[in-house]
Design a protein around this ligand. Structure first.
Ligand code: DGL
Length: 258
């Protein structure tokens, strides 16, 4: 039994880290579809096909619960995937509710991929809060590629972040929602641009809590008291995959080809 976690690339490691912290005894299998990233500019049909292949692969490797650690894949495909596969599938969506609850200025900014922002589930989510608060959606093309390339703080990344964040600040946003799991790795740069009075909302902890809850409900939680195992797979170029996982997971790990 293992928890399978995947993303279009290495952004979902930000979710996997919280799952690991909360559930130290569970076995984890992480799959980065870096060879097909970014998903954010692709069609819903393409994303559904990739997710179907990946979830089947995770099940074949022993996953009994799957986390779609990708906002874009969640909004594009989770309903169809839940109908296709007989195991619990946990998704991730931008933390708009938390931002709206704590917002004082009346304006929240959402940073996400083009595909996430134009999807019906996101439109409905934003619509739900639009009578109380102004929800400003900002697509951020290029940021996923910067994280995949491990350019977390370079000049281009800083310039892109400023280009996307500054207009939201100018319109009064006091909360910025990270609506893409890759952006968690850019939080220091985003914070630097946004300044101390703006809160950054990341959904990794709520997702990890939901995973724990589902494992419990479904009777899938590990009974072991030993440290859980970890396996990593990537469809991307292997040298880069090793550097990505070593940098973002925080220790040297073996990455196998998917
Ligand atoms: N980490 C993915 C997300 O949360 C990035 C999608 C992409 O590859 O564009 O949306």
């Amino acid at each position: 039994m293992a928890i399978g976690i995947f993303d279009s690339g290495v952004g979902g490691l930000s979710i996997a880290q919280q799952v690991r912290t909360l559930l130290p005894h569970e076995d984890l299998i992480y799959l980065a579809d870096s060879g097909h990233a970014p998903y954010g500019e692709k069609s819903g049909q393409y994303i559904l096909q990739r997710c179907t292949t990946i979830i089947q692969c995770l099940i074949d490797k022993g996953a009994t619960l799957v986390v779609i650690a990708c906002n874009t894949a969640t909004v594009s495909a989770i309903s169809a995937l839940r109908e296709m596969f007989p195991i619990p599938i946990v998704g991730v969506e931008p933390g708009v509710k938390t931002a709206v609850k704590n917002c004082k200025s009346g304006v929240v900014g959402i940073l996400a991929t083009t595909q996430t922002l134009k999807s019906a589930p996101f439109q409905q989510l934003a619509q739900r809060f639009s009578s109380k608060i102004k929800v400003l959606a900002q697509a951020c093309p290029g940021l996923v590629e910067q994280v995949e390339a491990l350019h977390l703080t370079d000049h281009k990344t800083q310039a892109l972040v400023a280009q996307y964040v500054q207009p939201l600040l100018n319109k009064g946003a006091d909360h910025l929602v990270l609506g893409c799991t890759h952006y968690a790795f850019l939080a220091p740069v985003i914070k630097k641009v946004a300044g101390p009075n703006v809160s950054i909302i990341n959904t990794a902890i709520p997702v990890a809590l939901e995973v724990a809850r589902r494992l419990d409900i479904e009777g899938l939680a590990s009974a072991s008291t030993a440290a859980g195992g970890e396996c990593f797979f990537s469809s991307g170029e292997q040298d880069l995959a090793h550097r990505q996982f070593n940098a973002l997971w925080g220790k040297a790990v073996k990455v196998e080809t998917f």
